[in-house]
Design a binder for this molecule. Structure first.
Ligand SMILES: [Fe+2]
Length: 232
């Protein structure tokens, strides 16, 4: 066999192996379960190509921007938006899941753009939806979007509740669980805490890995760094 033939065979072997490994990885990666039970659906997006979160934290497996929809009979609430880059994918996820319903509430728990960048785009599409958030968050919206949604908003604080049919949401202020305006929401029906940045992790949902390491790294870098400002 000539050196050229050997080189060609080696080339073929290496790239066929890489292709097979990629196909096997794809076939064993678990698709995320979007139906979380009790009328709660995952409508977030994955940023698999991101390699540096906030320009400083290496993220080998990207990141997920989490957003959820709660459907209770004919009533719908949406928790948080996603990064600006994924506006169309997120709105498409919403449209598919709504299946003809209209969102009653957009609950904004955190104003950092990876959670909140698409509030204005959402309201342009669904102008009758009520925006639910903390007073501090509405102040930030005025800076971000030149409006506090005065005509269609609900300001909530520590202990405020909101009924969505069978679901009862209780809001808890969580200042400096990254930023000062943060609220988290407890749903009594499903016993679910919608926790904004709390309990987050690096890594997209397309990458199956142990939770511990990346959630510790996320906590230390994103949330723990602010505990001196009164994180409780
Ligand atoms: Fe954040």
């Amino acid at each position: 066999m000539s050196p050229i033939q050997l080189y060609f065979l080696e080339f073929l072997f290496i790239y066929t192996s890489k292709l097979l490994i990629s196909l096997i990885s794809l076939s064993i990666s678990k698709p995320i379960n979007e139906d979380l039970g009790n009328g709660i659906y995952y409508i977030g997006v994955n940023d698999d190509n991101l390699r540096q979160f906030e320009g400083q934290y290496p993220v080998e497996h990207g990141i997920a921007y989490n957003s959820y929809m709660v459907i209770d009979g004919q009533e719908v609430a949406i928790f948080d938006t996603v990064d600006k880059k994924f506006k169309d994918e997120w709105l498409n996820n919403i449209n598919k899941r709504l299946n003809g319903l209209y969102p009653k509430y957009l609950i904004v728990q955190h104003m950092e753009p990876d959670h909140a960048a698409n509030i204005d785009e959402f309201i342009k599409k669904y102008p009758k939806t009520t925006v639910v958030s903390s007073k501090k968050a509405f102040n930030m919206m005025k800076n971000f979007f030149k409006t506090e949604y005065e005509s269609n908003r609900l300001v909530v604080k520590e202990g405020s509740t909101l009924n969505l049919g069978q679901h009862l949401f209780t809001f808890v202020e969580a200042p400096m669980v990254h930023w000062p305006e943060v609220i988290v929401t407890y749903d009594s029906l499903s016993k679910t805490l919608f926790s904004a940045d709390g309990f987050g992790k690096f890594g997209s949902n397309n990458h199956d890995e142990d939770w511990d390491d990346e959630s510790r790294r996320y906590f230390i870098g994103i949330v723990g760094a602010f505990k001196i400002f009164g994180c409780r």
